[in-house]
Design a protein around this ligand. Structure first.
Ligand SMILES: [Zn+2]
Length: 181
């Protein structure tokens, strides 16, 4: 822990009371200076610009964090949008099904389409169905579900069906460029 990054309330500092004891919050003693500082800290300096980040958990302030997010977004592979696949905002769970929805969202939020950081979505795939998992508790030891007539076919039919469904969507690592006005 880099204690120099932590910001203490004005006029407050940790006190060294002996060679191995530091006083932090509520006058509690700490054996490390850094933990005493952390107990008193109300804010932290941004790793990039040094300005307060607003809490003691994050490493970047909102402005630097937005720049980093944007850099990460533009490093993604760019793909064409087919106009049908669901889109979402990179790192966010705001989804769009059609183009007008995107423009409405931008109008409502006074943001340019190009600043929206849209990515293509992919279908969320469920875990493959495993019949053995379902009947495991009641099978004799060393038995496989495939030892039972028709079991494999049942499993295949269910997995085939699962593969064809659309249950939900999740953002991919492919960015799409929608031309905004
Ligand atoms: Zn910053």
């Amino acid at each position: 822990m880099d204690e120099s990054k932590y910001i203490l309330p004005e006029g407050i500092e940790v006190k060294k009371v002996s060679r191995e004891l530091w006083i932090g919050k509520d006058n509690r003693g700490y054996s490390e200076k850094s933990t005493a500082v952390y107990s008193l800290a109300i804010d932290k300096k941004c790793d990039i610009c040094g300005k307060p980040v607003g809490n003691t958990c994050y490493t970047l302030c909102p402005a630097c964090s937005a720049i980093k997010d944007s850099e990460r977004y533009y490093e993604l592979e760019e793909v064409e949008w087919d106009g049908e696949t669901i889109l979402c905002i990179y790192g966010d769970d705001t989804y769009f099904s059609y183009e007008d929805e995107i423009y409405d969202y931008c109008n409502d939020n006074e943001i340019k389409v190009s600043d929206l950081h849209l990515v293509l979505c992919e279908k969320n795939k469920p875990r493959p169905f495993n019949l053995y998992d379902v009947i495991d508790d009641v099978l004799p030891e060393d038995a496989e579900s495939s030892d039972y007539a028709g079991a494999q076919e049942v499993e295949d039919v269910v997995n085939d069906w699962l593969g064809k469904q659309t249950f939900s969507w999740i953002g991919s690592n492919k960015r799409v460029n929608i031309k905004g006005e």
